[in-house]
Design a protein around this ligand. Sequence first.
Ligand SMILES: *[C@@H]1O[C@H](CO)[C@@H](O)[C@H](O)[C@H]1NC(C)=O
Ligand SMILES: *[C@@H]1O[C@H](CO)[C@@H](O)[C@H](O)[C@H]1NC(C)=O
Ligand SMILES: *[C@@H]1O[C@H](CO)[C@@H](O)[C@H](O)[C@H]1NC(C)=O
Ligand SMILES: *[C@@H]1O[C@H](CO)[C@@H](O)[C@H](O)[C@H]1NC(C)=O
Length: 569
Amino acid sequence: MTISHILILFIGLIDIATSSNAYNDFFDEELMLKPLSSDHVYAYFQFTVIWETENRVETLQHSHLFPRGLGEIIGRHNVDELHVTLTEGLWNYQKWGYPFHDAGPGAEVIAWFNKDITNIEKEWKGLTNALAGLLCASLNFVDTSNSMSPEFTFRLTSVTDRPVNSSHLRYSSLPREIVCTENLTPFKKLLPCDSKRGLATLLNSAHIHNTNYHSIGIHFRSICRNVACTMTSLELRQTVSLIYDTIVDANQDWSIRKFFGMGLKGACPLATLSNIYVDISDNNTNHIYELTPLPSTKVVSLRGGQQNEIAVYDIRAHSSKGIFNIAAVHSAPKNNAIHYPSILYANRYIIGYGQERGSLVTKLYNNHWQALDIILLENIPWYLLVYLHSITITCNEQQVHPLAQRYLPGRERKSPYYLELILRLPPHSVTKITIDMDYLFLKWQEYPPDANHGFYMGPAIITALLPIARNYTALPFDGSTITSSFNASRDDYLVQLRTESLLISLPTPDFSMPYNVICLACTAVALAFGPLHNISTKRLVLKRIEKDWKGKLFSFFVGKLFGAKKKQD
Ligand SMILES: *[C@@H]1O[C@H](CO)[C@@H](O)[C@H](O)[C@H]1NC(C)=O
Ligand SMILES: *[C@@H]1O[C@H](CO)[C@@H](O)[C@H](O)[C@H]1NC(C)=O
Ligand SMILES: *[C@@H]1O[C@H](CO)[C@@H](O)[C@H](O)[C@H]1NC(C)=O
Ligand SMILES: *[C@@H]1O[C@H](CO)[C@@H](O)[C@H](O)[C@H]1NC(C)=O
């Protein structure tokens, strides 16, 4: 090794030592624990990677904290913004308020493609196939027959130099998808510390899949690096939302160990922020509890008329003291307080009987004292034929006219029915939207193996801007971490609600009939075959019987006896 080599090596070492973050990226891990008024605790994990670079194919191929597998997919398919969620269970907006990220049952993908892309269908197909491989989910079932480009419901939150319209957006939902361990493992692999260190060690499948609701999500976009927005950074948020119930415990006590099966060993060494927050605003007269250990700090957040008190634990300060556990210990059993439902919630069901036709009913509840403007997106699969003229919107027995309406009829096996309505919900009202539909009789090979189980229909999406932030938790648009939602008062608060996904039994042919016929025919053939085979292969031959002396004696006497008899006759 020459002197120059040593010198270069030395300079390199100094370089690494002096610039603590040569890659310009940061990783934050956070967990918010929020006791809800309905004896449930909402646990929300957020793992945020911010990378100060441009969204280009070349840069995304050399990453440090950003997961390279995902980066390559995003770069190759020119994605500006991406949301993938895998959810099991239904979020109860009425009782639980609003989540940080809303997600429909099953799998959901929303992607905005770059403005320069012309063949969006091809990129969309490629993207969903690649994500299917990355997350071990059946996203490869996404195609034109179940994806759409809604015009009002989704807005680009990513920073771009030129705004794009909804023709660059694709949305698809697969309500049949089952979320399991095989999705959680690849999800954890995308984290810088994997599941070896930090908050991700709490994500054990055994304690996640037995919750009332669980949802994992990946959210990617570009954000402004400075106030003037002259440069952009990439933001990747990986989220896990869990709802645990504490009803089983008489005292309603809960702890991290009880929820996740283990305590926390320490922070991820790569993280710049590693915090646990506990929302203790519900610690009031009819519900008093203590937290052990005591939090590092307590902060007060005032947001849109709602005051929250939040206990903050810095895990890095605690990690030196061995395994770390937070417990809430109630001094007295919890009294049941009055539940105030959320401002806006919805539900949906099917009416009608038989397998020929039915009606889809969506009910929207506005509990606010002001009128609310909402956007309703109905995503109806092509095998449910919808009649637009049959749509009726009523509120207190009165006909309501939508402020705007977008409708694209579906085409068989090609595209779903797309209906988007903008409605004004009067204060303290229930609005009912009914639409008639026919059930299509499919081709026999289009039925899934378990044909009598029925077909799933994805949720409707309701988008609204709430004037106040009651029961609202989501991060503001310009924020990346949970801390950014403290004191984040804005003019309005965007919520998106998903309704139930429905199970519809389409007319199904009697698939057991051919089976029965085959069974019967086989039995008949089998029964006939034996005798026929015998008759056609065996020959009857007469054989003389050789008798021994006993037989001879016997026949002699018999002969005598019958001979005598014959003579008598
Ligand atoms: C919404 O928040 C209010 C007070 O902030 C609380 O009384 C109410 O129970 C909450 N409702 C839900 C559904 O969480
Ligand atoms: C979107 O913009 C393109 C041109 O940029 C235009 O051709 C297209 O009609 C627009 N689509 C919608 C739905 O507005
Ligand atoms: C809850 O309130 C009681 C009394 O108001 C107080 O002593 C206690 O420290 C509070 N608990 C927490 C976790 O702040
Ligand atoms: C939020 O605002 C209140 C009052 O203005 C202040 O006391 C509190 O410290 C702020 N909280 C945070 C997290 O900045």
